[in-house]
Write a protein of this length. Structure first.
Ligand code: BT5
Length: 325
């Protein structure tokens, strides 16, 4: 009901909606409409009521409430079941626990704040209250475990598209899991697998986007390498719109990858790559080496040409790649 009311206000685009009109649209009495409006007001919504004109949504609280998301969703499965947290350790951690239950594919765990947000290889993700999009999507792909890293590229392309759609800003993909604007990190993606025997039981795609992150939230060394959409645009972005858009493109690219293979997503990630064509330093368990990133292969691996001319496929998960200026 709340979601239907929000959707009605969104489509009214700032016009007033009469109690009768809303009652018809929602299929409830005018008194019920009034009660729902009151409940929203208690949650911090500013809703004007003018005699004879009706209700008008003036301002909504800046929160990723599930009904706000649902009112904007254009997906069939992704984001149709949402678990919302004001504060949580890590949305990925929670989504992994859900992965071991019968939680459905496309379920999303979202939080305003993470107190133990995670990056790859035990690193952490700074996740201050209501400043970012911190979300994890549960997938159950019929893929072999070796194919799972390709989902990182699919997710990166989806976030690229969503940022472009909502803000008009063109980000670039730093292989394999970052999105950058002007060489600074604006989003990090963490894909984690749950396996049973030799098969994938679930995949969790964790997405952290610096939407309205203020630079003073990041420690000094990190601040120089990071940015946010707020910083780039000079105004805050609507985080719910951004998440709805991420889910739309993620569902679309994921379904396409499962039906037709990963070629399109890999081709897009190649075209949007900030890494291909650059000199990179590869940090792996076996040591450090340098070369030129020349391509992304059909498995999503980064092809790096060493100075002796030999080309090596670098797989995500085991390495860090640093672009050299
Ligand atoms: C990542 O790891 O970039 C993956 C980040 C994934 C975060 C999401 S949020 C929702 C979900 N739940 C989680 O717990 N995680 C996921 P990696 O490539 O390892 O990069 C981590 C490094 O990025 C850190 O060591 C910092 O240097 C830097 N960093 C941390 N927080 C940042 C931020 N907010 N913005 C930019 N850089 C940051």
């Amino acid at each position: 009901m709340r979601q239907a009311l929000i959707r009605a206000f969104l489509t009214a685009q700032g016009r007033h909606l009469s109690g009768g009109e809303l009652a018809d649209r929602l299929g409830v009495s005018r008194t019920a409409v009034w009660k729902h409006v009151e409940a929203l007001r208690e949650l911090g919504y500013l809703i004007e009521a003018v005699p004879r004109l009706g209700y008008r949504l003036v301002e909504a609280p800046d929160r990723l409430h599930p009904w706000e998301l649902e009112a904007r969703l254009e997906t069939r499965r992704f984001g149709r079941v949402v678990e919302y947290h004001e504060r949580i350790g890590s949305t990925n951690q929670r989504a992994k626990a859900l992965g071991m239950t019968d939680a459905p594919e496309g379920m999303v765990v979202v939080a305003e704040e993470q107190t133990a947000g995670r990056g790859r290889l035990g690193r952490s993700w700074v996740s201050p209250f209501a400043q970012g999009v911190f979300a994890s999507v549960l997938l159950r792909p019929p893929l072999r475990p070796v194919e799972a890293p390709k989902l990182t590229l699919v997710s990166a392309v989806a976030v690229h598209r969503a940022i472009a759609e909502v803000t008009g800003v063109e980000s670039r993909i730093k292989w394999p899991n970052d999105l950058e604007i002007d060489g600074k990190k604006v989003c990090g993606i963490l894909v984690e697998l749950g396996m049973e025997m030799d098969a994938i039981n679930y995949v969790v795609v964790g997405i952290g986007i610096n939407a309205n992150l203020r630079s003073e939230e990041l420690p000094g060394d990190m601040a120089a390498r990071a940015t946010s959409l707020l910083q780039v645009l000079g105004r805050p972005v609507n985080r719910v719109e951004l998440l709805a858009s991420v889910l739309k493109y993620l569902e679309w690219l994921y379904d396409q990858a499962l039906q037709q293979g990963f070629q399109t997503a890999i081709e897009l990630s190649r075209r949007l790559s900030a890494t291909v064509g650059r000199r990179v330093r590869v940090l792996s368990m076996k040591g450090e080496w340098e070369g030129e990133a020349v391509d992304i292969d059909e498995n999503g691996a980064l092809l790096v040409r060493c100075d002796d001319g030999s080309v090596h496929a670098v797989h995500s998960g085991e390495v860090s790649v640093r672009a050299q200026d």
